[in-house]
Design a protein around this ligand. Structure first.
Ligand SMILES: *Cc1c(COP(=O)(O)O)cnc(C)c1O
Length: 387
């Protein structure tokens, strides 16, 4: 039998036709597909501005730069995330610190954040930016994070790499109702894909303009942004140091085509999550607690396996599932335990809830193209792998 991956893109004939059309067009990069994809994202998420770039990581980087993060500043993020949520600060020369997670939701623990902020204020070491990560697609407690942002004066970048299609407080994640910028990723395992790609959403025109500059060498053809007059129609000016973080038109054509099926993708993921929930209800397998007023986009479905309760280690269950053709995965190794971050001074024990969560976590297959029968194979393999 075909192995079941943990995640997989869903590419249709229409997607392929959209990419072929882009290849036959006059533009391979920076053509009409970019604004088309950006407006599809902005409209769907309910934010006025979307800036498409070549990866979610690049979107995090330019969001930090646009918010003025630099040497001597601090950025805090969840200990349970992909390394990119923290690395963006290091690219800017800023320091990183982490906030431990809520063992129920696996998201950044807002009580721990509040305590850490009170302590940092006394020491004069408040963060300039906090990056809540909507882990697995489930929104963080954004109202509380926004309240703390207001009280302590930090900016908020939502890392919504997992959460396109999720909802919080009646709005889509990406609306930026409770943040300055929201970042998306379109890596093939995510909710929609452009191969590689990402975007930054914002309500603030100044940040959008800044991020557009930063994704393209810091250059502009807009006279209103120039120092002094234009030399003529050919003229552009570099007004800051930027990068080449542009998305191609080929990628944007794929992304715009994928956006036609976003609702279908997210509702299938929700259906699969409901079926997993029903299969594991009443068993010793732990699953994520759900936050009131939020609906997950279900990028990941993580189970928690406590060895003391099960009599079998997470590793043994993982290996049993892999050998029965279920390509399970683990998300995430706490970022502070990575050798790079340990060299910056972090150590095991610093964020115990994230460490305990990691020791028990397995991500089960979850993607829009997962069939009912494949999911049943996964569920029965999980049940067989337990003693
Ligand atoms: C995928 C991901 C990123 C980075 O996105 P890329 O598009 O791969 O650069 C950042 N943060 C989280 C939480 C992610 O899962």
């Amino acid at each position: 039998m075909r192995p079941v991956p943990y995640a997989r893109q869903a590419i249709s004939d229409d997607d392929i036709a959209a990419v072929a059309d882009a290849l036959r067009s006059d533009w391979l990069t920076q053509g009409p597909a970019i604004p088309r994809f950006e407006s599809a994202l902005a409209k769907y998420c309910g934010a006025p501005h979307a800036v498409a770039v070549n990866s979610g990581t690049s979107a995090l980087h330019i969001a930090c730069l646009a918010l003025g993060l630099g040497p001597g500043d601090r950025l805090w993020t969840s200990a349970n995330t992909f390394v990119a949520s923290a690395n963006c600060a290091r690219y800017c020369g800023a320091d990183v610190d982490f906030v431990d997670i809520d063992p129920g939701t696996f998201n950044l623990n807002t009580a721990a954040l509040a305590d850490k902020l009170a302590h940092a204020e006394r020491e004069g070491r408040l963060p300039k930016i906090v990056v809540p990560v909507h882990f697995g697609g489930q929104p963080c407690d954004m109202a509380e994070i926004a309240r703390l942002a207001h009280r302590y004066g930090f900016a908020v970048i939502e890392d919504a790499s997992h959460a396109l299609g999720a909802e919080y407080g009646g709005a889509k994640i990406g609306s930026c109702d409770h943040s300055d910028v929201t970042v998306l990723s379109f890596h093939p395992v995510k909710i929609i894909t452009t191969g590689e790609g990402g975007a930054a959403l914002t309500r603030r025109a100044d940040l959008a303009k800044r991020m557009q500059l930063l994704r393209s060498h810091g250059t502009t053809r807009d006279e209103s942004q120039m120092e002094g007059p234009s030399d003529g129609p050919w003229y552009y000016q570099q007004i800051t140091l930027g990068w080449n973080y542009r998305m191609t038109d080929i990628q944007a054509a794929l992304g715009a085509s994928q956006m036609y099926r976003i609702d279908e993708f997210v509702s299938r993921r929700r259906e699969l999550a409901g079926r997993y929930d029903a299969a594991f209800a009443g068993s010793p397998i732990g699953v994520a607690a759900r936050l009131d007023g939020a609906v997950s986009a279900w990028h990941l479905y993580v189970i928690q396996l406590e060895e003391a309760r099960l009599g079998r280690s997470r590793k043994a269950v993982f290996e049993a599932l892999r050998s029965s053709g279920i390509q399970v995965n683990v998300h995430y190794i706490p970022v502070h335990l990575q050798p790079y971050y340990q060299r910056l001074g972090f150590a095991p024990g610093d964020f115990p809830a994230a460490e305990r969560y990691y020791e028990r976590a397995i991500s089960l297959p979850m993607y829009a193209g997962l069939s009912d029968s494949e999911q049943e194979r996964v569920i029965s393999a999980v049940k067989h792998a337990l003693p």
